[in-house]
Design a protein around this ligand. Structure first.
Ligand SMILES: [Fe+2]
Ligand SMILES: [Fe+2]
Ligand SMILES: [Fe+2]
Length: 279
Protein backbone atom coordinates (compact mmCIF):
# COMPACT_ATOMS: atom_id res chain seq x y z
CA UNK A 1 0.00 0.00 0.00
CA UNK A 2 1.35 3.34 -1.03
CA UNK A 3 0.48 6.14 1.27
CA UNK A 4 0.56 9.82 0.66
CA UNK A 5 3.17 10.49 3.28
CA UNK A 6 4.37 13.75 4.80
CA UNK A 7 7.40 13.84 2.49
CA UNK A 8 5.09 13.99 -0.54
CA UNK A 9 3.86 17.43 0.50
CA UNK A 10 5.12 20.17 -1.72
CA UNK A 11 3.20 22.80 0.28
CA UNK A 12 1.16 24.23 -2.53
CA UNK A 13 -2.35 23.50 -1.31
CA UNK A 14 -4.17 22.75 -4.56
CA UNK A 15 -1.43 20.51 -5.83
CA UNK A 16 -1.09 18.64 -2.55
CA UNK A 17 -4.86 18.09 -2.45
CA UNK A 18 -4.91 16.69 -5.95
CA UNK A 19 -1.96 14.42 -5.28
CA UNK A 20 -3.68 13.14 -2.17
CA UNK A 21 -6.84 12.49 -4.15
CA UNK A 22 -4.88 10.60 -6.80
CA UNK A 23 -3.39 8.34 -4.17
CA UNK A 24 -6.81 7.80 -2.71
CA UNK A 25 -8.20 6.86 -6.13
CA UNK A 26 -5.37 4.43 -6.72
CA UNK A 27 -5.86 2.79 -3.34
CA UNK A 28 -9.60 2.50 -3.97
CA UNK A 29 -8.83 0.95 -7.34
CA UNK A 30 -6.56 -1.65 -5.72
CA UNK A 31 -9.31 -2.52 -3.27
CA UNK A 32 -11.87 -2.79 -6.05
CA UNK A 33 -9.68 -5.11 -8.12
CA UNK A 34 -9.17 -7.28 -5.07
CA UNK A 35 -12.89 -7.61 -4.39
CA UNK A 36 -14.21 -8.15 -7.88
CA UNK A 37 -14.70 -11.49 -9.63
CA UNK A 38 -14.57 -9.82 -12.97
CA UNK A 39 -11.70 -7.41 -13.36
CA UNK A 40 -12.32 -7.10 -17.08
CA UNK A 41 -15.74 -5.57 -16.49
CA UNK A 42 -14.49 -2.79 -14.23
CA UNK A 43 -11.19 -2.11 -15.97
CA UNK A 44 -12.42 0.31 -18.57
CA UNK A 45 -14.20 2.62 -16.17
CA UNK A 46 -11.51 2.48 -13.59
CA UNK A 47 -8.77 3.36 -16.02
CA UNK A 48 -10.81 6.11 -17.66
CA UNK A 49 -11.52 7.74 -14.29
CA UNK A 50 -7.92 7.61 -13.23
CA UNK A 51 -6.73 8.98 -16.50
CA UNK A 52 -9.23 11.82 -16.47
CA UNK A 53 -8.28 12.89 -13.02
CA UNK A 54 -4.56 12.61 -13.69
CA UNK A 55 -4.76 14.57 -16.92
CA UNK A 56 -6.80 17.33 -15.26
CA UNK A 57 -4.31 17.44 -12.44
CA UNK A 58 -1.33 17.65 -14.81
CA UNK A 59 -3.02 20.55 -16.59
CA UNK A 60 -3.47 22.39 -13.28
CA UNK A 61 0.10 21.75 -12.34
CA UNK A 62 1.43 22.94 -15.68
CA UNK A 63 -0.76 26.02 -15.53
CA UNK A 64 0.63 26.86 -12.13
CA UNK A 65 4.19 26.32 -13.32
CA UNK A 66 3.56 28.55 -16.29
CA UNK A 67 2.23 31.29 -14.02
CA UNK A 68 5.42 31.34 -11.97
CA UNK A 69 7.69 30.89 -15.03
CA UNK A 70 9.08 27.69 -13.64
CA UNK A 71 12.00 26.63 -15.87
CA UNK A 72 11.24 22.97 -15.29
CA UNK A 73 7.94 23.13 -17.12
CA UNK A 74 9.23 21.34 -20.27
CA UNK A 75 10.70 18.49 -18.19
CA UNK A 76 7.39 18.09 -16.36
CA UNK A 77 5.37 18.23 -19.57
CA UNK A 78 7.44 15.40 -21.00
CA UNK A 79 6.98 13.29 -17.89
CA UNK A 80 3.25 13.91 -17.69
CA UNK A 81 2.90 12.91 -21.30
CA UNK A 82 4.70 9.63 -20.64
CA UNK A 83 2.23 8.83 -17.87
CA UNK A 84 -0.77 9.47 -20.11
CA UNK A 85 0.78 7.38 -22.88
CA UNK A 86 1.34 4.48 -20.51
CA UNK A 87 -2.35 4.48 -19.59
CA UNK A 88 -3.44 4.86 -23.22
CA UNK A 89 -1.35 1.97 -24.45
CA UNK A 90 -2.50 -0.40 -21.74
CA UNK A 91 -4.01 -3.65 -22.99
CA UNK A 92 -5.89 -5.75 -20.51
CA UNK A 93 -4.99 -9.42 -20.59
CA UNK A 94 -8.40 -11.05 -20.82
CA UNK A 95 -7.29 -14.63 -21.33
CA UNK A 96 -8.72 -15.58 -17.93
CA UNK A 97 -10.30 -13.78 -14.96
CA UNK A 98 -7.07 -14.30 -13.04
CA UNK A 99 -4.98 -12.87 -15.86
CA UNK A 100 -7.27 -9.84 -16.09
CA UNK A 101 -6.94 -9.20 -12.39
CA UNK A 102 -3.18 -9.53 -12.53
CA UNK A 103 -2.72 -7.28 -15.47
CA UNK A 104 -4.94 -4.59 -13.98
CA UNK A 105 -3.05 -4.85 -10.72
CA UNK A 106 0.22 -4.51 -12.54
CA UNK A 107 -0.92 -1.32 -14.24
CA UNK A 108 -2.11 0.16 -10.94
CA UNK A 109 1.17 -0.70 -9.31
CA UNK A 110 3.11 0.90 -12.11
CA UNK A 111 1.01 4.08 -11.93
CA UNK A 112 1.30 4.31 -8.16
CA UNK A 113 5.05 3.90 -8.22
CA UNK A 114 5.36 6.37 -11.05
CA UNK A 115 3.30 8.96 -9.22
CA UNK A 116 5.19 8.52 -6.01
CA UNK A 117 8.52 8.87 -7.66
CA UNK A 118 7.38 11.76 -9.84
CA UNK A 119 6.18 13.72 -6.82
CA UNK A 120 9.37 13.13 -4.88
CA UNK A 121 11.73 13.91 -7.71
CA UNK A 122 9.96 16.45 -9.94
CA UNK A 123 6.95 18.02 -8.25
CA UNK A 124 9.04 18.55 -5.16
CA UNK A 125 10.92 21.21 -7.08
CA UNK A 126 7.88 23.22 -8.20
CA UNK A 127 8.27 26.79 -7.07
CA UNK A 128 11.71 26.12 -5.70
CA UNK A 129 13.58 27.84 -8.44
CA UNK A 130 16.66 26.02 -9.51
CA UNK A 131 19.71 28.06 -8.67
CA UNK A 132 21.13 30.38 -11.29
CA UNK A 133 23.71 28.29 -13.04
CA UNK A 134 25.35 31.24 -14.76
CA UNK A 135 26.53 33.03 -11.66
CA UNK A 136 30.08 32.54 -10.43
CA UNK A 137 29.53 30.42 -7.37
CA UNK A 138 26.41 28.54 -8.44
CA UNK A 139 28.22 25.24 -8.09
CA UNK A 140 30.19 26.14 -5.00
CA UNK A 141 29.79 23.82 -2.07
CA UNK A 142 29.46 26.54 0.53
CA UNK A 143 29.27 26.33 4.33
CA UNK A 144 25.50 26.28 4.35
CA UNK A 145 25.67 22.71 3.04
CA UNK A 146 27.89 21.39 5.82
CA UNK A 147 26.10 18.73 7.86
CA UNK A 148 29.08 18.18 10.13
CA UNK A 149 29.33 14.53 9.08
CA UNK A 150 32.69 14.30 7.37
CA UNK A 151 31.98 11.47 4.95
CA UNK A 152 28.63 12.89 3.92
CA UNK A 153 30.04 16.38 3.39
CA UNK A 154 32.93 15.06 1.30
CA UNK A 155 30.60 13.05 -0.87
CA UNK A 156 28.18 15.94 -1.31
CA UNK A 157 31.06 18.15 -2.37
CA UNK A 158 32.14 15.58 -4.92
CA UNK A 159 28.60 15.47 -6.32
CA UNK A 160 28.67 19.24 -6.72
CA UNK A 161 32.02 18.95 -8.48
CA UNK A 162 30.73 16.46 -11.03
CA UNK A 163 27.76 18.72 -11.76
CA UNK A 164 30.06 21.69 -12.17
CA UNK A 165 32.31 19.75 -14.55
CA UNK A 166 29.28 18.75 -16.59
CA UNK A 167 28.18 22.36 -16.76
CA UNK A 168 31.67 23.42 -17.88
CA UNK A 169 31.65 20.89 -20.69
CA UNK A 170 28.20 21.99 -21.82
CA UNK A 171 29.53 25.52 -22.20
CA UNK A 172 32.91 24.59 -23.65
CA UNK A 173 33.37 26.05 -27.11
CA UNK A 174 36.13 23.96 -28.59
CA UNK A 175 35.63 20.38 -27.66
CA UNK A 176 34.99 18.00 -30.46
CA UNK A 177 33.81 15.04 -28.37
CA UNK A 178 31.66 17.22 -26.16
CA UNK A 179 28.62 15.01 -26.34
CA UNK A 180 30.49 11.84 -25.29
CA UNK A 181 32.07 13.70 -22.44
CA UNK A 182 28.70 14.91 -21.19
CA UNK A 183 27.34 11.39 -21.27
CA UNK A 184 30.39 10.12 -19.44
CA UNK A 185 29.96 12.75 -16.71
CA UNK A 186 26.25 12.11 -16.31
CA UNK A 187 26.95 8.39 -15.94
CA UNK A 188 29.61 9.18 -13.37
CA UNK A 189 27.12 11.36 -11.54
CA UNK A 190 24.60 8.55 -11.45
CA UNK A 191 27.10 6.02 -10.16
CA UNK A 192 28.51 8.33 -7.55
CA UNK A 193 25.03 9.37 -6.43
CA UNK A 194 24.16 5.73 -5.86
CA UNK A 195 27.34 5.18 -3.87
CA UNK A 196 26.68 8.26 -1.81
CA UNK A 197 23.06 7.41 -1.06
CA UNK A 198 24.05 3.93 -0.03
CA UNK A 199 26.76 5.29 2.32
CA UNK A 200 24.35 7.80 3.77
CA UNK A 201 21.68 5.16 4.31
CA UNK A 202 24.16 2.83 6.01
CA UNK A 203 25.11 5.63 8.34
CA UNK A 204 21.49 6.44 9.15
CA UNK A 205 20.85 2.78 9.85
CA UNK A 206 23.84 2.57 12.13
CA UNK A 207 22.75 5.50 14.27
CA UNK A 208 19.09 4.45 14.30
CA UNK A 209 18.02 7.59 12.49
CA UNK A 210 14.20 7.89 12.53
CA UNK A 211 13.98 9.56 9.10
CA UNK A 212 15.61 6.66 7.26
CA UNK A 213 12.51 5.49 5.36
CA UNK A 214 11.72 8.99 4.12
CA UNK A 215 15.31 9.51 3.01
CA UNK A 216 15.34 6.17 1.20
CA UNK A 217 12.23 7.11 -0.75
CA UNK A 218 13.67 10.45 -1.79
CA UNK A 219 16.96 8.83 -2.80
CA UNK A 220 15.24 6.16 -4.87
CA UNK A 221 13.17 8.76 -6.71
CA UNK A 222 16.22 10.82 -7.57
CA UNK A 223 18.22 7.82 -8.76
CA UNK A 224 15.32 6.82 -10.96
CA UNK A 225 15.37 10.26 -12.46
CA UNK A 226 19.05 9.88 -13.27
CA UNK A 227 18.55 6.41 -14.70
CA UNK A 228 15.77 7.72 -16.91
CA UNK A 229 17.76 10.46 -18.60
CA UNK A 230 17.23 9.58 -22.20
CA UNK A 231 20.51 9.91 -24.08
CA UNK A 232 18.91 8.93 -27.36
CA UNK A 233 16.47 11.78 -27.07
CA UNK A 234 19.40 14.06 -26.36
CA UNK A 235 21.27 12.80 -29.38
CA UNK A 236 18.30 13.43 -31.62
CA UNK A 237 18.16 17.11 -30.65
CA UNK A 238 20.18 19.68 -32.54
CA UNK A 239 19.19 23.20 -31.66
CA UNK A 240 17.93 22.85 -28.15
CA UNK A 241 20.41 20.27 -26.90
CA UNK A 242 22.28 22.87 -24.92
CA UNK A 243 19.12 24.32 -23.46
CA UNK A 244 17.87 20.87 -22.48
CA UNK A 245 21.17 20.08 -20.78
CA UNK A 246 21.24 23.37 -18.92
CA UNK A 247 17.72 22.75 -17.64
CA UNK A 248 18.76 19.28 -16.60
CA UNK A 249 21.85 20.49 -14.75
CA UNK A 250 19.79 23.20 -13.07
CA UNK A 251 17.31 20.59 -11.98
CA UNK A 252 19.92 18.16 -10.63
CA UNK A 253 21.76 20.84 -8.73
CA UNK A 254 18.49 22.26 -7.44
CA UNK A 255 17.21 18.91 -6.23
CA UNK A 256 20.44 18.03 -4.52
CA UNK A 257 20.87 21.37 -2.83
CA UNK A 258 17.27 21.29 -1.70
CA UNK A 259 17.61 17.73 -0.39
CA UNK A 260 20.78 18.50 1.54
CA UNK A 261 19.34 21.63 3.12
CA UNK A 262 15.91 20.21 3.91
CA UNK A 263 16.78 16.61 4.77
CA UNK A 264 20.46 15.75 5.16
CA UNK A 265 21.11 18.65 7.53
CA UNK A 266 18.71 16.98 9.95
CA UNK A 267 20.94 13.90 10.15
CA UNK A 268 23.76 16.13 11.38
CA UNK A 269 21.46 17.77 13.90
CA UNK A 270 20.29 14.39 15.16
CA UNK A 271 23.85 13.25 15.68
CA UNK A 272 24.70 16.37 17.65
CA UNK A 273 21.52 16.27 19.67
CA UNK A 274 22.06 12.65 20.69
CA UNK A 275 25.81 13.09 21.09
CA UNK A 276 26.49 10.15 18.83
CA UNK A 277 30.11 9.31 18.07
CA UNK A 278 30.83 8.34 14.51
CA UNK A 279 34.08 6.58 13.87
FE1 LIG B 1 4.06 16.75 -12.06
FE1 LIG C 1 23.06 13.20 0.80
FE1 LIG D 1 20.03 12.14 1.68
Amino acid sequence: MYEFTEDCMIHIDNIDDEHRRLFQMLNEAFALVKETDNAASIAKNLIANLKDYAVTHFAHEEEYMKSIHDPELPIQQREHKAFAEKINSFQLDESSPEAARNSLNELLLYLTKWLYSHILSSDMMIGKMAPETNVDDAFAFTDKYITGIELVDEEHKHLFDIIRDTNDVIHAELLHDKYDEIIRLLSELREYTETHFSDEEKLMEKIGYPGLATQKRAHAAFVEKLVNIDFRELEAMDDNQEEYLMDLIGFLLGWLSNHILASDMKIGEYIKEHKIEIQ
